[in-house]
Design a protein around this ligand. Structure first.
Ligand code: HMG
Ligand code: MG
Length: 293
């Protein structure tokens, strides 16, 4: 069976914009976030408090949080890797954060400047302090299916890293296919290896055109939270061959076609993507956006 309702966890302002070469003014970001809320989104990952030299596209995180409007009932999590990031987030009234671990050694080095094992030493005080402040903490685990340097990631290794992240006190674990190499059978096997869908979300990139098929496999396995990015923009600057996320519009087309509720208005989403594409100076890679605009 399929879930009656799915929460679409929108990552466009963060995962989408972190990899765009165009500099997006903070006013445009604030309008983008507001448009997403108007389309019915209830979770919008707004930005990252990472090192500004590592991700210059999101160096304006503080300004964005100061200037953007917050709609009632909408959650605005931000990415935080370390205690410095948490301090910055707390200064700006953030109530939800997401830490982001790596399932592989090479990506831990490239994305976090840490070893696989020492990433937990960086995250542990972030999560404990965040929980003390009453924040909700999500965890990502990247490279769950394969890694550009190490090849396919062993399922047991993903489960071990994922469990350690959840055990820190995170309410949810988002399984990231950072370079989009996963296929549906692998998705089913991974969720089974976790012992079922409890606390799991999925985060697919569409590099090999598998993101929707993988999503359907995850829904059939009982997952009800799916990450997606407006118009399919995005990727990770520290992962070779990471291209766009699963497009929110493509996801919503499939979910509504299946009779799964999302609370989202597809026309408003498409208008938002078209509006954003004009600001980014390139068309949206989403097939649904192309078909409907
Ligand atoms: P590091 O160089 O090891 O940091 O970077 P450090 O702790 O040694 O500190 C060095 C200097 O940076 C210090 O300043 C710190 O204060 C400063 P100094 O004393 O030299 O003047 N610093 C900071 N400044 C502002 N904000 C901070 C911060 N931290 C340190 N938070 C670090 C380690 C983790 C910070 C760095 O590696 C980093 O920022 N990495 C982030 C990379 C990133 O954002 N990648 C993209 C997101 S992950 C992703 O996209 C995947 C995902 O979508 C899921 C999927 O698809 O798989 C989530
Ligand atoms: Mg991602």
């Amino acid at each position: 069976g399929l879930p009656e309702r799915v929460t679409v966890y929108e990552v466009g302002p963060r995962d989408g914009l972190q990899n765009e070469s165009a500099v997006v003014p903070v006013e445009v970001k604030a309008e983008f976030v507001a448009r997403l809320a108007a389309a019915g989104h209830r979770v919008i990952e707004a930005t990252s408090f990472v090192h500004p030299k590592w991700v210059p596209q999101l160096a304006d995180a503080a300004e964005l949080l100061t200037s953007m409007e917050r709609a009632p009932g909408v959650r605005y999590p931000v990415l935080v890797p370390n205690e410095r990031g948490l301090d910055r987030a707390l200064e700006h009234g953030v109530t939800e954060i997401a830490i982001f671990g790596s399932a592989t050694e090479t990506f831990a080095a490239k994305n976090l400047n840490r070893t696989l094992d020492s990433q937990f030493e960086m995250f542990a005080p972030v999560v404990s302090r965040a929980l003390e402040h009453g924040l909700k903490v999500r965890a990502y685990v990247s490279m769950c299916f394969g890694d550009p340097w190490e090849g396919p990631t062993p399922v047991a290794q993903v489960v071990e890293v994922g469990r350690r992240l959840l055990d820190l006190g995170c309410y949810e674990l988002s399984l990231g296919d950072t370079i989009g190499v996963g296929t549906p059978g692998h998705v089913t096997a991974l969720i089974e290896a976790f012992g079922g869908p409890e606390k799991l979300a999925v985060h697919f990139h569409d590099t090999y055109g598998q993101a929707l098929a993988n999503t359907l496999a995850a829904l059939r396995a009982g997952v009800t939270v799916v990450d997606a990015s407006t118009g399919g923009i995005g990727g990770c600057p520290y992962a070779e061959s990471a291209t766009g996320n699963l497009a929110t519009e493509d996801l919503v087309w499939m979910l509504h076609g299946l009779g799964v509720e999302t609370g989202l208005d597809l026309n408003t989403l498409v208008e938002t993507s078209t509006w954003l594409a004009a600001r980014l100076g390139r068309p949206s890679p989403s097939r649904v956006v192309q078909a409907l605009s």
